[in-house]
Design a protein around this ligand. Structure first.
Ligand code: SIN
Length: 560
């Protein structure tokens, strides 16, 4: 039985000044993580003019922070089928098997192309790419770079590739550009974006960019919570703009809380230091205050069980003991090994006063990844014609209720290529013609930038790692009250981001309230069991009229 919260209305646009300039391209790619860069580079080879816009600088997104690595069946002993099996288990019944098959079969080829492009993965003395293991994987299949700096190396290689084509007039990059909203025509097809360029951009202030297709690769929404492993730019801008424009968003309640985030104290807010699952992959283990290895006997894979299982076990142990965190013990791995294998993590821990070679690391779960997002099909097409979504912004169906470790970089890589090729093929077939946007009307909203902490507090207390009907109801009411406040907020980047977080918070919380079971990243205190009879399916959100509506689709009927 679906318990619905009071209905809410969403404005179509964020409050913003009238566009003072315009530009056009064949395709606009928004975001410069692995998904956005891969897509833009491939599009450049296959279509006319590509415009790549990114909110701060090219390297600022979540990709840069990815530690563990990229999963792919690269070992001759491994197979895409085994990778598929592990992904489906982690997704707890809600993955789209066809999407996962695309991921695991195309993944190895895409990783090899990344190597050919210049990404340098760690290698064994014989030259083979070194592979490690993370939670939920039954084989060593995680390729890594710089020990624990995989995302940074991939980002470096992709930006270098972009740099090599920077004189090509067919590709333009605009940094410091926040996409405010999507432009759509009278039939609802996407025809561009409004964006605000700050600082060094050639054209300042709010402008319009027109295109035949738009790809949103804007990353996650981690800043919706008080603490997260995500960087400050992860404010769900693409997801929120798509929601306001009428796109379908799916599986928002499945937020992944990473089990081992360094605990910096109760009041720590913003981006927190991640201790990669690969540290457990190399033999570190969790203990409680008494030294008990509490993952043993809880799951056949113990400390390397899927991420949701480990996070839930930690929260349960913290609840039982009243402790604010548990501990990660990596001391037996030795200083020499830790410094070589995890140089960034060791340096960060030491900066923060904890030496993993001699001390236990205090850890607790914190927000890490949005498994849901903008619903897409196998080509990355959203429910709005001409609008594509890729990477963490998208819900391709590969993650289900819980993403398997190190599948996120792979998803960005595989689906970016699929999207670029789909757009090029459609252009070649005369599809996706330029459209004329309807004039934005006065259906606008804006929450003041100084309300961000209130949004984060409400989301953390009610829609965080452990939820209940009462807590989600309270969170929803708090968000509604914030958005109903009379506002004379000035349109600024911080205010747009804060409003995006609040809009997504409403949808996420409605889903977290409705899903009366515990599954994957969604834990309900009042419904502690998985309930396939009622909940083997997906919650979709769509803005229809002005109203944000939610519907349930059974897994059997949700094929892409
Ligand atoms: C980690 O290194 O533990 C994170 C990798 C991921 O999010 O898949």
């Amino acid at each position: 039985m679906t318990a619905h919260l009071p209905s809410v209305e969403l404005p179509r646009y964020l409050q913003a000044g009238d566009p003072g300039w315009s530009t056009s391209a064949d395709v606009i790619v928004v975001g410069s993580g692995i998904a956005g860069l891969t897509c833009a580079l491939r599009l450049r080879e296959r279509v006319g003019r590509v415009l790549l816009v990114t909110k701060t600088v090219l390297s600022a997104g979540s990709t840069q922070w990815a530690q563990g690595g990229i999963a792919a069946a690269l070992d001759p002993e491994d197979s895409p089928q085994e990778h598929l099996d592990d992904t489906l288990i982690a997704g707890v019944g809600l993955c789209d098997a066809d999407a996962v098959r695309a991921l695991v079969t195309e993944g190895p080829v895409r990783v090899r192309e990344l190597v050919a492009l210049g990404a340098e993965f760690d290698r064994a003395p014989g030259g083979d790419i070194l592979l490690t293991r993370e939670g939920g994987h039954h084989r060593d299949r995680i390729a890594h770079a710089g020990g624990d700096a995989t995302g940074a190396e991939i980002s470096r290689a992709l930006i270098a590739a972009l740099d090599r084509v920077k004189n090509d007039p067919e590709i333009e990059v605009i940094e410091h550009a926040l996409v405010v909203d999507l432009l759509t025509d009278a039939e609802g097809r996407v025809c561009g974006v409004t964006l605000h360029v700050i600082g060094e951009g050639q054209q300042g202030g709010v402008g319009s960019a027109y295109a035949r297709a738009v790809v949103l690769a804007t990353g996650g929404l981690g800043q919706i919570y008080s603490s997260t492993t995500n960087p400050s730019v992860a404010t769900g801008d693409g997801m929120a703009a798509a929601l306001r424009a009428g796109a379908r968003l799916t599986d928002l309640e499945f937020v992944q809380f990473h089990p081992t985030v360094m605990y910096l104290g109760e009041g720590a807010i913003g981006q927190q230091p991640l201790i990669s699952e690969a540290v457990r992959g190399e033999g570190a283990f969790l203990v409680d205050d008494t030294g008990e290895r509490f993952m043993q006997g809880r799951h056949p894979q113990a400390d390397l069980a899927p991420r949701d299982v480990v996070a839930r076990a930690i929260v349960a142990r913290m609840r039982e003991s009243g402790a604010e965190h548990v501990w990660l013990d990596a001391r037996h791995l030795s200083a020499d090994f830790l410094e070589r294998r995890f140089p960034s993590i060791v340096a960060r821990c030491r900066e923060l006063g904890c030496d993993p070679a001699t001390q236990l690391i205090p850890v607790a779960p914190a927000q890490h990844y949005a498994s849901g997002g903008i619903w897409t099909d196998l080509h990355g097409r959203s429910s709005i014609p001409g609008l594509y979504a890729c990477g963490e912004t998208a819900c391709t169906g590969v993650h289900g209720a819980n993403r398997l470790a190190s599948n996120s970089l792979l998803e960005g890589l595989v689906f970016a290529r699929r999207i670029a090729d789909d757009i090029a093929d459609r252009f070649a077939g005369g599809d996706l013609m330029a459209a004329v946007p309807v004039e934005p009307d006065d259906d606008r909203g804006l929450l003041a930038a100084d309300r961000r902490r209130a949004v984060q507090r409400a989301m953390t207390s009610g829609s965080g790692v452990v939820r209940s009907a009462a807590a989600t109801e309270e969170t929803h009411a708090a968000l509604r009250a914030l958005l109903a406040e009379p506002s004379s907020a000035q349109p600024t980047t911080q205010a747009w981001e804060t409003t995006n977080l609040a809009h997504l918070g409403l949808a996420l919380t409605a889903a977290a309230h409705a899903r009366a079971e515990t599954r994957g990243g969604h834990e309900r205190l009042d419904f502690p069991e998985r309930d396939d009879a009622s909940w083997l399916g997906h919650l979709h959100h769509v803005r229809s009229g002005r109203e944000l509506t939610m519907s349930y689709v059974h897994q059997e009927d949700s094929g892409r």
